[in-house]
Design a protein around this ligand. Structure first.
Ligand SMILES: C[S@@+](CC[C@H](N)C(=O)[O-])C[C@H]1O[C@@H](n2cnc3c(N)ncnc32)[C@H](O)[C@@H]1O
Length: 340
Protein backbone atom coordinates (compact mmCIF):
# COMPACT_ATOMS: atom_id res chain seq x y z
CA UNK A 1 0.00 0.00 0.00
CA UNK A 2 1.31 3.45 -0.87
CA UNK A 3 2.40 5.77 1.95
CA UNK A 4 1.59 8.92 -0.06
CA UNK A 5 -1.48 9.78 2.02
CA UNK A 6 0.43 9.38 5.29
CA UNK A 7 3.31 11.49 4.00
CA UNK A 8 0.82 14.28 3.23
CA UNK A 9 -0.94 13.98 6.57
CA UNK A 10 2.36 14.32 8.41
CA UNK A 11 3.31 17.37 6.32
CA UNK A 12 2.64 19.80 9.19
CA UNK A 13 5.18 17.91 11.32
CA UNK A 14 7.79 18.43 8.59
CA UNK A 15 7.15 22.18 8.56
CA UNK A 16 7.25 22.30 12.37
CA UNK A 17 10.59 20.45 12.45
CA UNK A 18 12.14 22.81 9.89
CA UNK A 19 10.80 25.89 11.70
CA UNK A 20 12.12 24.59 15.04
CA UNK A 21 15.56 24.12 13.50
CA UNK A 22 15.40 27.65 12.08
CA UNK A 23 14.35 29.17 15.41
CA UNK A 24 16.93 27.20 17.38
CA UNK A 25 19.69 28.49 15.10
CA UNK A 26 20.71 25.13 13.60
CA UNK A 27 20.92 26.43 10.02
CA UNK A 28 22.62 29.68 11.01
CA UNK A 29 25.22 27.78 13.05
CA UNK A 30 25.99 25.48 10.12
CA UNK A 31 26.45 28.50 7.84
CA UNK A 32 29.83 28.93 9.55
CA UNK A 33 30.87 25.39 8.48
CA UNK A 34 30.08 21.73 9.21
CA UNK A 35 29.66 20.68 12.83
CA UNK A 36 29.05 17.48 14.81
CA UNK A 37 25.89 17.01 16.90
CA UNK A 38 28.05 17.46 20.02
CA UNK A 39 29.42 20.78 18.78
CA UNK A 40 25.98 22.01 17.73
CA UNK A 41 24.39 20.93 21.02
CA UNK A 42 27.07 22.77 23.00
CA UNK A 43 27.04 25.94 20.91
CA UNK A 44 23.23 26.19 20.74
CA UNK A 45 22.53 24.91 24.27
CA UNK A 46 20.39 21.99 23.03
CA UNK A 47 19.66 18.47 24.24
CA UNK A 48 21.99 16.29 22.16
CA UNK A 49 19.87 13.11 21.72
CA UNK A 50 16.89 15.08 20.43
CA UNK A 51 19.05 17.28 18.25
CA UNK A 52 20.61 14.20 16.66
CA UNK A 53 17.16 12.96 15.66
CA UNK A 54 16.22 16.37 14.26
CA UNK A 55 19.48 16.47 12.24
CA UNK A 56 18.72 13.00 10.85
CA UNK A 57 15.30 14.17 9.65
CA UNK A 58 16.67 17.40 8.13
CA UNK A 59 19.27 15.27 6.33
CA UNK A 60 16.46 13.06 5.03
CA UNK A 61 14.71 16.19 3.71
CA UNK A 62 17.89 17.08 1.80
CA UNK A 63 18.41 20.29 3.78
CA UNK A 64 21.60 18.94 5.41
CA UNK A 65 24.15 16.33 4.39
CA UNK A 66 26.53 14.25 6.43
CA UNK A 67 30.14 15.34 6.17
CA UNK A 68 33.43 13.99 7.62
CA UNK A 69 33.25 16.98 10.02
CA UNK A 70 29.63 16.31 11.05
CA UNK A 71 26.59 17.83 9.34
CA UNK A 72 26.75 20.47 6.61
CA UNK A 73 24.22 22.66 4.79
CA UNK A 74 23.11 21.61 1.33
CA UNK A 75 22.15 24.01 -1.48
CA UNK A 76 18.47 23.49 -0.50
CA UNK A 77 19.16 24.15 3.19
CA UNK A 78 21.24 27.30 2.70
CA UNK A 79 18.26 29.67 2.09
CA UNK A 80 17.04 28.84 5.62
CA UNK A 81 20.04 30.74 7.04
CA UNK A 82 19.65 34.42 7.93
CA UNK A 83 22.58 35.65 5.83
CA UNK A 84 21.74 33.92 2.53
CA UNK A 85 21.11 36.43 -0.29
CA UNK A 86 17.75 34.74 -0.96
CA UNK A 87 17.02 33.85 2.66
CA UNK A 88 13.49 32.55 3.38
CA UNK A 89 14.13 32.39 7.13
CA UNK A 90 11.53 35.06 7.90
CA UNK A 91 8.93 33.08 5.95
CA UNK A 92 9.60 30.02 8.13
CA UNK A 93 8.65 32.11 11.15
CA UNK A 94 5.80 33.98 9.43
CA UNK A 95 3.95 30.81 8.35
CA UNK A 96 3.77 29.81 12.03
CA UNK A 97 2.10 33.08 13.10
CA UNK A 98 -1.17 32.73 15.01
CA UNK A 99 -3.18 34.94 12.67
CA UNK A 100 -2.23 32.78 9.69
CA UNK A 101 -2.97 29.57 11.54
CA UNK A 102 -6.36 30.96 12.58
CA UNK A 103 -7.16 31.74 8.94
CA UNK A 104 -6.20 28.23 7.81
CA UNK A 105 -8.33 26.82 10.65
CA UNK A 106 -11.33 28.33 8.85
CA UNK A 107 -10.55 26.71 5.48
CA UNK A 108 -13.44 24.28 5.87
CA UNK A 109 -15.85 27.11 6.71
CA UNK A 110 -14.64 28.98 3.62
CA UNK A 111 -15.08 25.92 1.42
CA UNK A 112 -18.66 25.51 2.65
CA UNK A 113 -19.75 29.12 2.21
CA UNK A 114 -17.34 30.74 -0.26
CA UNK A 115 -16.31 33.29 2.39
CA UNK A 116 -12.61 34.14 2.68
CA UNK A 117 -11.27 32.15 5.67
CA UNK A 118 -9.03 35.02 6.82
CA UNK A 119 -12.04 37.33 6.99
CA UNK A 120 -14.08 34.63 8.78
CA UNK A 121 -11.33 34.29 11.41
CA UNK A 122 -10.51 37.97 11.84
CA UNK A 123 -13.70 39.77 10.86
CA UNK A 124 -12.18 41.74 7.99
CA UNK A 125 -9.99 41.27 4.89
CA UNK A 126 -6.28 40.78 5.38
CA UNK A 127 -5.00 44.21 4.32
CA UNK A 128 -7.62 45.97 6.49
CA UNK A 129 -6.65 43.72 9.40
CA UNK A 130 -2.96 44.51 8.91
CA UNK A 131 -3.69 48.25 8.79
CA UNK A 132 -4.91 47.94 12.38
CA UNK A 133 -2.09 45.64 13.57
CA UNK A 134 1.19 47.47 12.94
CA UNK A 135 3.52 44.84 14.43
CA UNK A 136 1.92 42.00 12.46
CA UNK A 137 1.99 44.23 9.39
CA UNK A 138 5.71 44.88 9.78
CA UNK A 139 6.37 41.13 10.03
CA UNK A 140 4.08 40.50 7.03
CA UNK A 141 5.95 43.05 4.91
CA UNK A 142 9.35 41.66 5.97
CA UNK A 143 8.22 38.10 5.21
CA UNK A 144 6.90 39.14 1.79
CA UNK A 145 10.26 40.76 1.08
CA UNK A 146 12.00 37.52 2.07
CA UNK A 147 9.89 35.70 -0.49
CA UNK A 148 10.62 38.08 -3.36
CA UNK A 149 14.38 38.29 -3.74
CA UNK A 150 14.37 38.31 -7.53
CA UNK A 151 14.61 42.04 -8.36
CA UNK A 152 18.23 41.70 -9.47
CA UNK A 153 17.19 39.04 -12.02
CA UNK A 154 14.48 41.11 -13.71
CA UNK A 155 16.87 42.92 -16.10
CA UNK A 156 18.05 39.57 -17.49
CA UNK A 157 14.45 38.47 -18.03
CA UNK A 158 13.10 41.74 -19.49
CA UNK A 159 14.96 44.33 -21.59
CA UNK A 160 14.84 47.48 -19.45
CA UNK A 161 17.76 49.27 -21.14
CA UNK A 162 15.57 52.03 -22.61
CA UNK A 163 13.38 52.47 -19.52
CA UNK A 164 13.94 55.47 -17.25
CA UNK A 165 11.13 55.29 -14.67
CA UNK A 166 9.48 52.29 -12.98
CA UNK A 167 6.51 52.34 -10.62
CA UNK A 168 6.50 49.41 -8.18
CA UNK A 169 2.76 49.00 -7.58
CA UNK A 170 2.23 47.49 -4.10
CA UNK A 171 6.01 47.51 -3.67
CA UNK A 172 6.02 46.48 0.02
CA UNK A 173 9.30 47.27 1.78
CA UNK A 174 11.00 48.30 -1.49
CA UNK A 175 13.36 45.32 -1.61
CA UNK A 176 12.44 44.33 -5.18
CA UNK A 177 12.70 47.94 -6.36
CA UNK A 178 16.04 48.42 -4.56
CA UNK A 179 17.51 45.34 -6.27
CA UNK A 180 16.14 46.44 -9.63
CA UNK A 181 17.53 49.98 -9.33
CA UNK A 182 20.89 48.63 -8.19
CA UNK A 183 21.02 46.46 -11.31
CA UNK A 184 19.83 49.31 -13.59
CA UNK A 185 21.67 52.55 -12.72
CA UNK A 186 19.71 54.55 -15.36
CA UNK A 187 16.35 53.82 -13.65
CA UNK A 188 14.51 55.93 -11.13
CA UNK A 189 11.48 54.59 -9.29
CA UNK A 190 8.23 55.22 -7.48
CA UNK A 191 7.20 52.89 -4.67
CA UNK A 192 3.41 52.84 -4.25
CA UNK A 193 1.83 50.97 -1.33
CA UNK A 194 -0.76 51.47 1.38
CA UNK A 195 0.21 54.44 3.58
CA UNK A 196 1.07 52.32 6.62
CA UNK A 197 3.39 50.15 4.51
CA UNK A 198 4.90 52.94 2.40
CA UNK A 199 5.74 54.81 5.60
CA UNK A 200 8.21 52.07 6.52
CA UNK A 201 9.62 51.42 3.05
CA UNK A 202 12.65 53.69 3.21
CA UNK A 203 15.09 51.37 5.03
CA UNK A 204 15.59 48.83 2.22
CA UNK A 205 16.03 51.63 -0.30
CA UNK A 206 18.51 53.52 1.88
CA UNK A 207 20.36 50.28 2.66
CA UNK A 208 20.84 49.69 -1.06
CA UNK A 209 21.94 53.29 -1.61
CA UNK A 210 19.11 54.00 -4.09
CA UNK A 211 16.78 56.10 -1.89
CA UNK A 212 17.69 59.30 -3.78
CA UNK A 213 16.28 57.75 -6.97
CA UNK A 214 12.95 56.72 -5.41
CA UNK A 215 9.78 58.60 -4.58
CA UNK A 216 7.60 56.87 -1.98
CA UNK A 217 3.83 57.24 -2.37
CA UNK A 218 1.39 56.05 0.29
CA UNK A 219 -2.02 55.46 -1.35
CA UNK A 220 -4.68 52.86 -2.15
CA UNK A 221 -3.91 51.77 -5.71
CA UNK A 222 -7.62 51.24 -6.40
CA UNK A 223 -8.37 54.92 -5.75
CA UNK A 224 -8.85 57.06 -8.85
CA UNK A 225 -5.68 58.95 -9.70
CA UNK A 226 -3.51 57.04 -7.16
CA UNK A 227 -1.18 55.48 -9.75
CA UNK A 228 1.50 57.91 -11.01
CA UNK A 229 1.16 58.70 -14.73
CA UNK A 230 3.64 58.38 -17.56
CA UNK A 231 6.18 55.83 -16.25
CA UNK A 232 7.90 53.43 -18.64
CA UNK A 233 7.33 50.35 -16.49
CA UNK A 234 4.64 49.38 -13.95
CA UNK A 235 5.76 46.44 -11.85
CA UNK A 236 3.05 44.22 -10.33
CA UNK A 237 5.06 41.82 -8.21
CA UNK A 238 2.73 39.35 -6.47
CA UNK A 239 -0.15 41.81 -6.57
CA UNK A 240 -2.69 40.33 -8.99
CA UNK A 241 -2.79 37.00 -7.11
CA UNK A 242 -4.34 38.84 -4.14
CA UNK A 243 -7.41 39.89 -6.09
CA UNK A 244 -10.45 38.61 -7.97
CA UNK A 245 -10.53 38.93 -11.75
CA UNK A 246 -12.78 42.01 -11.43
CA UNK A 247 -10.35 43.79 -9.07
CA UNK A 248 -7.39 42.80 -11.29
CA UNK A 249 -9.16 44.31 -14.29
CA UNK A 250 -9.85 47.52 -12.34
CA UNK A 251 -6.15 47.84 -11.48
CA UNK A 252 -4.91 46.88 -14.95
CA UNK A 253 -7.30 49.36 -16.59
CA UNK A 254 -5.94 52.10 -14.30
CA UNK A 255 -2.40 51.12 -15.27
CA UNK A 256 -3.34 51.10 -18.98
CA UNK A 257 -4.47 54.74 -18.61
CA UNK A 258 -1.46 55.70 -16.47
CA UNK A 259 1.07 54.01 -18.75
CA UNK A 260 -0.03 55.66 -21.96
CA UNK A 261 0.96 54.19 -25.32
CA UNK A 262 4.67 53.75 -24.49
CA UNK A 263 4.56 52.13 -21.07
CA UNK A 264 4.32 48.47 -20.13
CA UNK A 265 3.38 46.32 -17.15
CA UNK A 266 5.45 43.49 -15.68
CA UNK A 267 3.37 40.83 -13.93
CA UNK A 268 5.45 38.66 -11.59
CA UNK A 269 3.66 35.66 -10.12
CA UNK A 270 4.13 31.98 -9.35
CA UNK A 271 2.08 30.62 -12.24
CA UNK A 272 -0.02 27.47 -12.18
CA UNK A 273 1.14 24.99 -14.80
CA UNK A 274 -1.47 23.84 -17.23
CA UNK A 275 0.38 20.52 -17.53
CA UNK A 276 2.43 18.51 -14.97
CA UNK A 277 0.87 19.79 -11.78
CA UNK A 278 2.72 17.17 -9.72
CA UNK A 279 6.29 17.42 -8.39
CA UNK A 280 7.54 20.44 -6.40
CA UNK A 281 7.48 22.87 -9.36
CA UNK A 282 3.88 22.01 -10.17
CA UNK A 283 2.61 21.70 -6.60
CA UNK A 284 4.03 24.91 -5.14
CA UNK A 285 1.72 27.21 -7.18
CA UNK A 286 -1.24 24.99 -6.21
CA UNK A 287 -0.35 25.24 -2.52
CA UNK A 288 -0.06 29.01 -2.81
CA UNK A 289 -3.35 29.03 -4.71
CA UNK A 290 -5.07 27.50 -1.69
CA UNK A 291 -3.18 29.92 0.54
CA UNK A 292 -4.63 32.76 -1.58
CA UNK A 293 -8.09 31.25 -1.13
CA UNK A 294 -7.51 31.25 2.64
CA UNK A 295 -6.06 34.76 2.83
CA UNK A 296 -7.58 36.86 0.04
CA UNK A 297 -10.17 37.08 -2.72
CA UNK A 298 -7.41 36.15 -5.15
CA UNK A 299 -5.98 33.06 -6.78
CA UNK A 300 -2.86 31.80 -8.54
CA UNK A 301 -3.42 31.72 -12.30
CA UNK A 302 -1.95 30.07 -15.37
CA UNK A 303 0.11 32.05 -17.85
CA UNK A 304 -2.85 31.96 -20.26
CA UNK A 305 -5.16 33.37 -17.58
CA UNK A 306 -2.78 36.30 -16.98
CA UNK A 307 -2.53 36.85 -20.73
CA UNK A 308 -6.35 36.93 -20.97
CA UNK A 309 -6.62 39.41 -18.07
CA UNK A 310 -4.03 41.65 -19.76
CA UNK A 311 -5.73 41.35 -23.16
CA UNK A 312 -9.05 42.40 -21.63
CA UNK A 313 -7.40 45.60 -20.42
CA UNK A 314 -5.65 46.59 -23.65
CA UNK A 315 -2.26 44.89 -23.16
CA UNK A 316 -0.59 42.24 -25.29
CA UNK A 317 1.21 39.63 -23.16
CA UNK A 318 4.64 38.28 -24.09
CA UNK A 319 5.54 34.68 -23.16
CA UNK A 320 6.44 34.22 -19.48
CA UNK A 321 10.13 34.22 -18.53
CA UNK A 322 11.34 32.27 -15.48
CA UNK A 323 12.71 34.01 -12.37
CA UNK A 324 14.20 32.51 -9.16
CA UNK A 325 12.01 30.90 -6.46
CA UNK A 326 9.56 29.51 -9.00
CA UNK A 327 8.31 32.92 -10.16
CA UNK A 328 7.77 34.03 -13.77
CA UNK A 329 7.38 37.45 -15.34
CA UNK A 330 4.91 38.31 -18.09
CA UNK A 331 5.34 41.63 -19.91
CA UNK A 332 2.19 43.39 -21.10
CA UNK A 333 2.62 46.07 -23.76
CA UNK A 334 -0.22 48.35 -24.82
CA UNK A 335 -2.07 46.92 -27.81
CA UNK A 336 -1.09 49.07 -30.80
CA UNK A 337 1.43 51.16 -28.78
CA UNK A 338 5.20 51.61 -28.99
CA UNK A 339 7.26 50.64 -25.96
CA UNK A 340 9.87 52.74 -24.19
C1 LIG B 1 2.10 40.04 -1.49
S1 LIG B 1 2.63 41.66 -1.08
C2 LIG B 1 3.79 41.95 -2.41
C3 LIG B 1 4.83 42.97 -2.05
C4 LIG B 1 5.93 43.14 -3.09
N1 LIG B 1 5.40 43.63 -4.35
C5 LIG B 1 6.71 41.85 -3.28
O1 LIG B 1 6.64 41.23 -4.33
O2 LIG B 1 7.39 41.44 -2.32
C6 LIG B 1 1.21 42.67 -1.56
C7 LIG B 1 1.43 44.15 -1.33
O3 LIG B 1 0.28 44.86 -1.85
C8 LIG B 1 0.03 45.93 -0.96
N2 LIG B 1 -1.36 46.35 -1.12
C9 LIG B 1 -2.48 45.63 -0.86
N3 LIG B 1 -3.59 46.34 -1.14
C10 LIG B 1 -3.16 47.55 -1.57
C11 LIG B 1 -3.84 48.72 -2.00
N4 LIG B 1 -5.19 48.75 -2.05
N5 LIG B 1 -3.11 49.79 -2.38
C12 LIG B 1 -1.75 49.75 -2.32
N6 LIG B 1 -1.04 48.65 -1.94
C13 LIG B 1 -1.75 47.57 -1.56
C14 LIG B 1 0.31 45.34 0.40
O4 LIG B 1 0.47 46.33 1.40
C15 LIG B 1 1.57 44.54 0.12
O5 LIG B 1 2.73 45.30 0.31
Amino acid sequence: MSTAALTLLTGPWAARAVTAAVRLGVFDELAAGPATPDELATRLGLHRPGLERLLRLLTGFGLLRTDPAGHALTEDGAPLTSGHPRSVRLLAEFYEEDHLRAAWDDLEAGLRTGDTPFAVAHGRPVFEHLAGAPEQAARYTAAMAAGSRFGDRLPAAVDLSAARCVVDVGGGDGGVLAALLTACPQLSGVLLDRPEVAGRAGAALRGAGVADRVQIVGADFFEAGAVPQGADVYLLSRILHNWSDDRCRALLNALRVAAGPGGRVLVVERMVRSEATDGPDGLLPLLFDLHMLVMTQGRERTEDEYAALLAGCGFVAAPAVALPLGFSVVTGTPAGGGVR
